[in-house]
Design a protein around this ligand. Structure first.
Ligand code: KG4
Ligand code: ZN
Length: 354
């Protein structure tokens, strides 16, 4: 089966063409073509994503991205069996561009269009092995930690159809906290990669901040997170430093980045370990743009040593941040292979899992 998948929930216009084959050992996803057109340069000057600007850019880019992905994959629309498109969560003006584009393509070429959940896409992103040309299957039960620019969630999965959100952030998402702290230090958007570069430098040079930043909600009994207090602690530290010594030096930025990253990693690890101990999963899946963070990824993969009977699965680098491949994979797994009830083809900015 061949699938065309479309993703426009935020600031990436992405389309992929996938070929899906059933093997005795599971389902294999081959990526015939995948184009991700980032709008970062357009939104950079505003320090974050502007929804109406994103809509306009998606409208402009979708036909060009489609043309390129069909060329790359040497495919024609007449060979496509299903179109899968993100319907939420995300920015509604941006989501609508993808949905309307998918519907028009579907009508013109007589192809069924199926809506998919972006966050389930981040879970399904771990099923694709482009680098090793193989396939992964998940042993259930599983716990998924989803860490992106808009979400921080812990999901308990009995199987693909039975998912329950067991914890989430009460305020900022973890990627959002990275972006906001970067902005406080005049670093460009998106801030995650910038902070992680500085933090790395801090570790190499063994530079440490003179205070410990808070590890929020680490002692709470639930599986929820909170990052706004941590962000505010950074804000106060920067304000006090500037009052004392004027500008924020490169050294101070490095030390803040390192301590902030450590605080985030420790908090995420702590709650994930608690979830593992309660639900005893066979698999831990980490998805979302923030898993592109090297130090964070290392720490989570190390959990395999700590819990010998658990497998930790993270997406390949190109599939960690937003892309359309993961949308095609989740659409296929959820609605075709597992025949879950279809989602309405309507933008739903707050669509949740479960
Ligand atoms: O999943 P994603 O591409 O988009 C959303 O669905 O939100 O995640 C984007 C987020 C941004 O907040 C970005 O700063 C963060 O992922 N990010 C990182 C790194 N690379 C991307 N955060 C920390 N370290 C990184 N290396
Ligand atoms: Zn995402």
């Amino acid at each position: 089966m061949k699938i065309l998948a479309i993703e426009t929930s935020c600031d990436e216009t992405a389309i992929s063409v996938l070929e899906i084959t059933k093997k005795d050992t599971g389902t294999k996803f081959d990526v015939l073509g995948s184009v991700v057109h980032s709008q970062i340069d357009v939104h950079k000057e505003f320090g974050g994503v502007v929804p109406n600007l994103a809509r306009r850019e998606h409208e402009k880019n979708l036909p060009l991205v489609l043309e390129k992905v069909l060329r790359d994959s040497k495919e024609e629309l007449k060979n496509i069996d299903k179109i899968i498109v993100t319907v939420g969560p995300g920015l509604e003006p941006a989501l609508w561009t993808g949905i309307l584009f998918a519907q028009k393509l579907g009508e013109e070429n007589n192809i069924e269009v199926i809506g998919a959940n972006h966050m389930e896409g981040h879970i399904a992103s771990v099923l694709v092995n482009v680098e090793k040309d193989t396939h992964t299957s998940i042993d259930f039960p599983a716990i998924a930690l989803l860490i992106s620019g808009g979400h921080t969630e812990l999901i308990h999965m009995k199987d693909w159809q039975t998912k329950e959100k067991i914890g989430e952030t009460r305020d900022d998402a973890v990627g959002e906290a990275f972006d906001k702290v970067a902005r406080m230090m005049d670093l460009p958007y998106p801030g995650g990669p910038e902070i992680s570069k500085l933090a790395e430098e801090g570790r190499i040079q063994n530079m440490k901040l003179d205070i410990d930043l808070p590890r929020p909600m680490i002692h709470s009994k639930d599986f929820d997170f909170s990052f706004s207090g941590l962000k505010t602690a950074v804000l106060y530290y920067i304000r006090d430093t500037k009052e004392k010594s004027g500008e924020l030096s490169k050294e101070t930025k490095i030390m803040i980045a390192r301590e902030f990253e450590d605080a985030v990693i420790e908090t995420l690890l702590h709650k994930t370990k608690k979830a593992i101990e309660k639900y005893v999963p066979k698999t831990l899946i980490i998805g979302g743009g923030v898993i592109a963070n090297k130090k964070l990824k290392e720490n989570f993969i190390n959990l395999e040593k700590y819990y010998s009977d658990i497998k930790v699965i993270v997406p390949e680098k190109s599939l960690a941040t937003d892309n359309a491949t993961m949308i095609g994979v989740t659409g296929y797994i959820e609605f075709i292979e597992n025949k879950k009830e279809r989602l309405p083809l309507k933008a739903n900015g707050n669509l949740s899992i479960g």
